[in-house]
Design a protein around this ligand. Structure first.
Ligand code: SAH
Ligand code: SF4
Length: 365
């Protein structure tokens, strides 16, 4: 029988695992605390468990850690890990230190099926869902690296999580939600739902479920204010159009004035950055507690867009601000190591490099 990776279990599943293996249920809470409060991955270090039980556990279970292919550090302190998964595919994880917070950007899939035309991840040929242990494993790895154990300290380094790495989290909802529940567990990493953000290109059927079940913050990758343009930039819009998306956001269960929707808007020169676009945006989100994140387009080798000029971005932001919307312009982080939004793309593509040209979306402006 193959050993069970405990990082792949919810607390309820860990309790069942203990009972099935003739261990009392409370052992599950003990093990959980060692794993997620103290970051241990060896049963032998779990000192309140008898030696015989620790040995027995080692026979039937393990606590995984992801393999690192490469670590890159940016001059601005951002760190990017390229991680090798057990099947050889690779994903990226990013840590972004800021004055008042430390954010980990997690991947939810190897590649992405949605092919947004400005996004590097969307050009990756190989795509699969990550499992919950691979998602939570990314966070464990960052916390190990930063020596951020025990979790929940006042000066913790990882304070925020964004599901903004590779992949569309709502197309892998089961595994993503399982991992997020582990992150939020009071007996473990204990990150508040207010500090976790799910970013989606608009998988409408899962938006409400995520709000009800997880109650985390929601970020919507909007990028265009009419269907004609959004169909081209974010092709999933052909299936879930703007009207339906806005309706789903208006009804997002945790939504309130203190829990606003973040609209992500990548600034593409001459494509979506006019004053009419800014006014269209205000009209679209009217009545929804909102903030807008303006993201200067981060180019990648071979990308077909240009970043809007600083002047255009400033004018766009000031129109939003005049209408009462907080609209920070997001400074790209880790630019020198291609760790900024939309630049993540692991080397898994090499596996099918010959197919790449066929799959790379073409968009000319
Ligand atoms: N799939 C999810 C989350 C990952 S992408 C989503 O689309 O929301 C995270 C954010 O980066 C999204 O807002 C995405 O639109 C944006 N992004 C993608 N490529 C980009 C690029 N080249 N420059 C700037 N932002 C980009
Ligand atoms: Fe996928 Fe998000 Fe990139 Fe679109 S922007 S291709 S949904 S990762």
């Amino acid at each position: 029988m193959s050993k069970q990776d405990l990082l792949n279990l919810s607390i309820e599943e860990l309790q069942e695992f203990c009972i099935l293996n003739n261990l009392p249920k409370f052992r599950a809470t003990q093990i959980w605390r060692w794993m997620y409060c103290f970051g241990l991955n060896k049963f032998n270090d779990m000192t309140n468990i008898a030696k015989g039980t620790r040995d027995a556990l080692s026979e039937i279970a393990y606590i995984s850690r992801l393999d690192i292919s490469e670590i890159q550090k940016s001059s601005d302190g951002t760190i990017k890990w390229l991680l090798k998964l057990s099947d050889g595919s690779e994903v990226e994880t990013v840590f972004i230190p800021q004055e008042d917070r430390g954010t980990v950007c997690l991947s939810s899939q190897v590649g992405c099926t949605l092919n947004c035309t400005f996004c590097h991840t969307g050009t990756q040929a190989l795509v699969r869902n990550l499992t919950s242990n691979e998602i939570i494993g990314q966070l464990m790895l960052v916390m190990d690296h930063l020596k951020d154990w025990p979790s929940g300290k006042n000066d913790r380094k990882v304070t925020n999580i964004v599901m903004m790495g590779m992949g569309e989290p709502l197309l892998n909802y089961n595994e993503v939600s399982k991992a997020i529940k582990v992150m939020m567990s009071d007996d473990g990493i204990s990150l508040s739902r207010r500090r976790i953000t799910l970013s989606t290109s608009g998988i409408i059927p899962k938006i409400r479920e995520a709000g009800e079940e997880l109650g985390v913050n929601l970020a919507i990758s909007l990028h265009a204010v009419n269907d004609q343009l959004r169909d081209q930039l974010v092709p999933i819009n052909k299936k879930y159009n703007l009207k339906a998306l806005i309706e789903a956001c208006r009804n997002y269960p945790p939504l309130s004035n203190s829990r606003r929707i973040t609209w992500e808007y990548v600034m593409l020169k001459g494509v979506n950055d006019s004053q009419e676009d800014a006014l269209g945006l205000i009209n679209l989100i009217k009545g929804i507690p909102s903030k807008v994140n303006l993201i200067p387009f981060n180019p990648w080798p071979g990308s077909l867009f240009e970043t809007s000029t600083k002047k255009n971005i400033d004018v766009f932001a000031s129109i939003l601000m005049d209408a009462g919307y907080a609209s920070p312009i997001r400074t790209p982080r880790g630019k020198d190591i291609y760790a900024a939004c939309g630049q993540l793309k692991s080397s898994s593509e090499k596996i099918r490099k010959s197919n790449l040209n066929k799959l790379t979306p073409i968009y000319s402006i």
